[in-house]
Design a protein around this ligand. Structure first.
Ligand SMILES: Cc1ncc(COP(=O)(O)O)c(C=O)c1O
Length: 495
């Protein structure tokens, strides 16, 4: 292509009515012409004045384009002699050639990535009736938060705006350790607290620091899909371990090959809702001590218990330093806050503080400082207390709606705590199809089968979150869901 054709070639492609500035259009077109060889290496470009006149655009625009092309290495220019297309194509033989069949294959995601995507449980909808695991974010005391935030921003010191020192804002770690000692009987010093962006990150960090690729990890069957994905995509081999009314119930076969790590939800089994008994807790701790198994205790929602008092943590019973306790502020405050904490055994403190800084380059100290004031001024406790009352009412409204429609024919389980419960369905029901129909009708539920690794043995049911649904919307939304359940069950009974 010679220089005169360049102007024609550009003219034919420029869109003079487009919102995209002329500079960007000319630049991108010329880059494309050079990369595809239409402007061959060594070609002399027209002078900026000539090209500007031929295109009917400002000379400055062309000068900017030439400057950018020079800066990015597409052209070289020497004062006096003009601007030439640079020779940047890889030399023949400089790049190792793949075998023809390899070269033809498209570049795709890894097998690990494929598995993660295929088994993903994350929903496109994160709000509305009956989204499980989500608190009522509309009730968040945003005025109080913004007042504290404004006060802190007025004297924002540089150390609050830079990277966090390993582990997070020290006053927050102190406030959380006081809170966890009292509310959850967690045995900890402020140093043992590591602030993270939530339970997902806490588990990820623990897995990276405590396990090696291919190690075995016990997960409860069923369990939270998000935690399972984090473990699996870190290269662990997952072993689903059954749960019964007393919590985790490993078989002799399971115990014959101890894992490196076990992930459990002792205070409120996720998703079925039972509490691990003291006998099972002691057995698990003893097993962990004997076989050097790390236990991750996911204590995701135990602040919300209705009726009975919250149970102590498993970590509080651990004398051997085998338990990593993880919790989140996502359910107490709002999930988008992305703030959580882990409590690590004393001998791991330095490794975890370095690990968290090295892997994630943590920050958000300003946010952590706001949260510290929020806790110290008593707002966290009063907000959680108020929400417990509100969610308790909503839980009752939903249970009443279920009873009014189905009597005792469909059982509710796991309703003593948390932000959700399970509505059991008969074993012949297709909970996945019911959840899909409900979603199409605007009602979010999660089928129980999604939480199992062995889907053939799954209990059938729907996870119903009530915490984020305003009182007046519970009955009408449940009526829509109930109609879908009834239709599905009747058609299966007839078949
Ligand atoms: C059992 C369990 N663990 C952890 C999480 C996620 O916690 P975070 O938002 O702190 O990552 C959830 C979210 O629903 C959950 O249900």
């Amino acid at each position: 292509m010679d220089t005169i054709i360049l102007a024609d070639w550009l003219s034919a492609r420029l869109d003079r009515s487009a919102a995209e500035p002329m500079y960007r259009q000319v630049l991108e077109l010329m880059q494309q012409a050079i990369l595809t060889g239409q402007l061959a290496p060594g070609t002399k470009l027209p002078s900026s004045r000539t090209l500007a006149i031929d295109l009917g655009i400002a000379r400055n625009t062309v000068l900017h384009v030439y400057d950018q092309l020079t800066a990015e290495g597409y052209v070289t220019s020497t004062t006096g002699s003009g601007t030439y297309v640079a020779d940047t194509a890889p030399r023949e033989g400089a790049v190792a050639k793949a075998r023809p069949e390899e070269a033809k294959k498209p570049c795709t995601i890894s097998r690990r990535g494929e598995r993660l995507i295929a088994q993903a449980g994350v929903s496109p909808k994160q709000w509305g009736a009956f989204m499980p695991g989500v608190p009522d974010v509309a009730e968040f005391p945003s005025r109080t938060w913004s007042r504290l935030q404004a006060r802190l921003w007025k004297r924002a010191s540089p150390d609050l705006l830079t990277y966090a020192p390993g582990g997070g804002y020290r006053p927050l770690r102190r406030a959380l350790s006081d809170y966890l000692r009292v509310a959850r009987s967690v045995k900890c010093q402020p140093d043992q607290i590591i602030i993270t962006t939530g339970i997902h990150q806490s588990i990820d960090l623990a897995v990276r620091l405590l396990t090696d690729f291919g190690d075995r990890a016990w997960v409860e069957e069923p369990c939270y899909w998000g935690a399972r994905s984090v473990l699996q995509s870190s290269g662990l081999t997952l072993v689903p371990v059954p749960v019964d009314e007393e919590g985790l119930n490993p078989t002799e076969r399971d115990m014959a090959t101890p894992p490196r790590l076990a992930l459990v939800t002792p205070s409120h089994q996720y998703p079925l809702g039972m509490v691990m008994t003291l006998a099972r807790r002691r057995a698990l701790l003893e097993f962990a001590r004997q076989h050097k198994v790390w236990i991750i205790e996911d204590d995701y929602d135990s602040e919300f218990r209705y009726g009975s008092r919250p149970l102590s943590s498993l970590q509080g019973l651990d004398d051997a330093g085998q338990v990593i306790y993880v919790g989140s502020l996502g359910k107490m405050l709002y999930p988008g806050l992305r703030m959580g904490y882990m409590v690590v055994p004393e001998n791991l403190v330095d490794s975890f503080r370095t690990g968290v800084a090295e892997l994630y380059r943590e920050g958000q100290l300003m946010q952590q400082a706001v949260l510290t004031e929020f806790i110290l001024d008593g707002h966290l406790t009063s907000h959680v207390r108020r929400m417990r009352g509100l969610y308790g009412e909503r839980r009752e409204l939903l249970i009443n709606a279920i009873r009014a429609r189905f009597g005792d024919s469909l059982a509710v389980r796991g309703d003593e705590a948390g932000l959700h419960f399970v509505l059991e369905l008969p074993q012949y029901a297709d909970d996945s199809a019911i959840a899909a129909d409900a979603l199409a009708a605007g009602v979010v539920t999660r089928p129980l089968v999604n939480y199992y690794m062995n889907r053939d043995e799954a209990l059938r049911g729907l996870m119903l979150g009530y915490a984020c649904v305003p009182n007046g919307e519970i009955a009408p939304n449940f009526a829509r869901l109930a109609a879908i359940i009834e239709r599905a069950l009747t058609s299966l009974e007839i078949a």
